[in-house]
Design a binder for this molecule. Sequence first.
Ligand code: GLP
Length: 254
Amino acid sequence: MKIYAAKDYNDLSRKAANIISAQIILKPDAILGLATGSTPVGAYKQLIAWYEEGDLDFSGIRSVNLDEYKGLSGEHDQSYRYFMNHNLFDHVNIDKENTNVPNGLAEDAEAECSRYNQVIRNLGGIDLQLLGIGGNGHIGFNEPCDVFEKGTHVVTLTEETRQSNARFFSSIDEVPTHALTMGIQNIMSAKKVLLLASGEAKSKALYDSCFGPVTPDVPASVLQLHNDVVVIADEAALAMIRENTHWEGSVYDN
Ligand code: GLP
């Protein structure tokens, strides 16, 4: 994996958007694996700006999102479908029919997970998977666990994750307890992975993920086994890596 240092969140967002836009230009019918959370918002804003300037065309792009809260409809303003529409899809010329997010309201959640695995297979796999990282090292909603779950599955969210996502809801009680998420095999099958980390709260999870043992206890650590991972992190998120590796440069080949 290659770790790139960004000066700050703005720099991180521009670097990430550059990589995503290169993918769109090089393969106009690319399959993008997309992520939610506050981290990718700046990159999405930059992509929208480049689209508005006429530099990007999303008309052939297909997308699959990592995850969705169980029990929220796509119209709920905290659902990940709503997030994607609001932060990217409504502002570019992507065909919404070509965008996929798990259905949080599916009556049979297990069947919805199988359907979602099939959607990814039918698309022929993901070209570029964008990821954020949870403070506990989760990717998508793959929480620390005893085993790496392979396919899309239903998860019980940890208290830590519910607490940290509570900032988007009016109270912790409203944060769903479960989610549907792509599994580790879905993510690891992507041709290229782009992981973004911003802020001091991610520093330990990022260090453990990049330099610690590969363990389902730190789900992002599995990325050490992927052969094309780009990590972009701002200085706050890099703090622990800087401290432990004495790396002072801007690119670290790990
Ligand atoms: C959620 C999402 C993850 C995301 C994480 C971090 O739990 N399921 O995909 O990476 O939050 O979010 P943020 O970027 O807001 O810190």
